[in-house]
Design a protein around this ligand. Structure first.
Ligand code: COA
Length: 341
């Protein structure tokens, strides 16, 4: 497969300035799920590592844009940057409030960012990683200086919380997290290697159908599946384990680094067993690969930046470190973004 990689003679670098997050208040524990479907806390914990997840009150107006706005507001407060200093806003999401306006336009309006460029990007769970790569490129060209990058999803509205939908129901939660980036005179800072991949053939393993014609295999059609996440768990698991490890290896090779040279692997939290397999394969110590899936489940595009924000809040993100953002998801998509902080 062709490699698409490191920059040629960048004129400037990109600094990660701050991060923030927003989690819905409502918690959905494994025990809550036991009361609406045939499952058990023990089964979920053993197979996924998840104990609870959050759920946005969509019916009460708590939407993707609400979480996204609050996450970016928190990040900008941490960065001590005013909304009108941003000149580009990128939102990774597969669950916009409505087809239009975009989540980024709503966030810009709510925060008072003015007439800035506002773009939504849909690469499902890989969205934040894709977006970090695009943000770095747009800052390095000199076109944009201060960029808000948000991962935000409210996927639980597309979940069937009955025994029929239990395969996907146990996994997902709602959240948003954001990072603020700024162009820097230090050309060493910013993304140093990246990968972005897709495989449309695999879309049949993870999709949300709107109508009968959206089912890749018409025999699978069932009205109960409309507008609900459809997932072939075992196929996605196999894809994730192999691509996750492949993308880590390729990114390290592209950068001429080993796993020891990376301070934090900031991974999409889909299943603790997938993360554990990667950790063992590359001999990554536990403290370099934070797992927080037990608290939030799989939060789609918010997942990796939530990990980053947790590390930053704990004082574990420091200038001079190298961090690798990693994700895989529906599409199918997968990717990496290795940063010099
Ligand atoms: N509670 C209890 N039992 C369940 C269950 C649940 N929530 N979901 C499925 N089961 C049952 C199945 O019906 C099956 O029963 P059977 O053996 O009697 O037929 C059994 O458990 C095993 O099902 P299986 O689908 O093989 O389980 P699994 O070990 O593959 O685990 C997942 C299921 C979803 C946890 C796992 O496949 C997974 O994590 N896949 C990756 C999903 C993912 O990461 N998606 C997002 C990508 S961004």
């Amino acid at each position: 497969m062709m490699s698409v990689n490191t920059h040629h003679a960048p004129r400037r670098g990109v600094r990660v300035v701050a991060s923030g997050k927003c989690l819905p208040e409502t918690r959905l524990t494994n025990h809550d799920l036991e009361s609406c479907m045939e499952t058990s806390h023990e089964w979920i914990l053993k197979r996924t590592g998840i104990t609870e997840r959050r759920r946005a009150r969509w019916d009460e107006g708590e939407k993707t844009s609400t979480l996204a706005t609050n996450a970016l507001r928190a990040a900008m407060q941490n960065a001590n940057i005013a909304p009108d200093q941003l000149d580009l806003l990128l939102v990774a999401t597969m669950t916009p409030d409505t087809p239009t306006p975009s989540v980024s336009c709503i966030v810009s309006r709510e925060l008072g960012c003015g007439n800035i460029a506002a773009i939504d990007i849909n690469a499902a769970c890989s969205g934040f990683i894709y977006t970090m790569n695009l943000a770095d490129a747009m800052a390095r060209t000199g076109m944009y200086n201060t960029i808000g990058v948000i991962g935000a999803d409210c996927i639980t509205q597309f979940i069937d919380y009955s025994t029929y939908g239990r395969g996907a129901a146990i996994l997902f939660g709602d959240a948003a997290a954001a990072i603020v980036l700024q162009a820097s005179d230090d050309i060493e800072l910013g993304m140093i290697a990246q990968r972005m991949h897709s495989e449309g053939e695999g879309s049949k393993h993870l999709f949300i159908p709107s109508q009968q014609i959206d089912f890749p295999d018409q025999e699978d059609y069932d009205e109960r599946k409309l507008k609900k996440v459809q997932m072939n768990g075992q196929a996605v698991f196999k894809f994730a384990v192999s691509k996750f490890q492949e993308v880590i290896e390729n990114t390290l090779n592209d950068a001429g680094l080993t796993a020891d040279d990376v301070d934090h692997f900031i991974c999409h939290q889909a299943n603790s067993r997938i993360l554990e397999a990667a950790r063992e394969r590359f001999g990554i110590p536990e403290e370099k690969l934070l797992v927080n899936i037990h608290k939030y489940g799989n939060t789609v595009a918010a997942s990796a930046p939530l990990v980053f924000d947790e590390l930053r809040e704990a004082g574990r993100i420091q200038p001079g470190q190298r961090v690798m953002f990693l994700a895989f998801g529906a599409g199918l998509t997968w990717g990496s973004s290795l940063w010099q902080l």
